[in-house]
Design a protein around this ligand. Sequence first.
Ligand code: TXA
Ligand code: MG
Length: 326
Amino acid sequence: MSTPSRAAPSCNIARASDASTLSLAVQTLANGGLVAIPTETVYGLSAAINLEYAIAKIFVVKGRPQNHPLIVHIANINELHTVAIDIHPDAIKLAHACWPGPLTLLLQRSENVPMSVTGGRDSVAVRIPDNAFTRQLIINLGSPIAAPSANRFGKVSPTTAQHVCDDLQNDVDLIVDDGASSIGVESTIVDFTVSPPQLLRHGGIPIEDIEKILGYSIQGTDGVSRASGMLQHHYQPSCTVLLVHTDSEAQQLQRTLVSQYDRIRILNRCDNLPLYATLLYSDLRQADTDQIQALIAVLPENRGLGAAIRDRLTKAAGTGPPLPAS
Ligand code: TXA
Ligand code: MG
């Protein structure tokens, strides 16, 4: 007997390579609409920063608390001075070395950035995405755009236009499809509003690379986290995610779980960390599509890109870090 297929949600998707898409996206944003934009990390749900009602819609559509600030996306380093003030020279140094790319700088907010974007804070998170379409969109719009990941709050981030469509359907006015995000995990966030700077979120640029550029080491944030992605429950699929350290541990756990679950899957791409990151959110989503009940994920070592993958898997499991490997 064939299983009934789920009706595909209807969405307004336009290809980035189509000649008319850029002007359509600019118009949509200028009119206060929401456009899902491709970036090298994950797809973002964008609005022009100066249109307060459009910014308000982002929070409604995502189901995101108002006090969770958004990242401001700019197209050129010169624009940094229009959205931030009192910028530490080391932040400028990092920007020159890493942008366009998966680095977000937390800086003092300029008055050009509405409080609604920053969740009422005096700081602003800024980055230049490594996607030519999205940078041209910002240039043609003539305004920076604010964009959180284009998923419902707490859920798995989207790395394809189809993921955005599956999640947000017609709550987003336009989805620009530029293929799968190449990096697959969100940007690394470094806080330059404190001295010395602190790491707020592991991401697409390993912290070791940042330390090499700066010439000193960066510690993680202390005290209560200021980044929503650092909540313990985030990036969560519907299936149970269980964490292990090695493939043999994964096999062993699978054997003990077969009496409990019909559909178990092991996720392990530790031999290729860039690929682990690129496919991570697709893999989590696929587990749900395939109605996997228990996904056993093997954690990579806590260095390089492995740190971001571990972080997302740990949040997906909705647990604290696993016990140290014995
Ligand atoms: O790669 C990325 O960063 C993607 C793409 C779309 O650019 N964006 C993204 O946005 O991951 P979002 O909203 O899912 O995560 C942004 C993180 C949140 O954890 C938020 O709390 C933190 O950045 N953030 C933004 N502005 C902040 C601020 N002023 N102070 C502290 N944290 C801030
Ligand atoms: Mg997010």
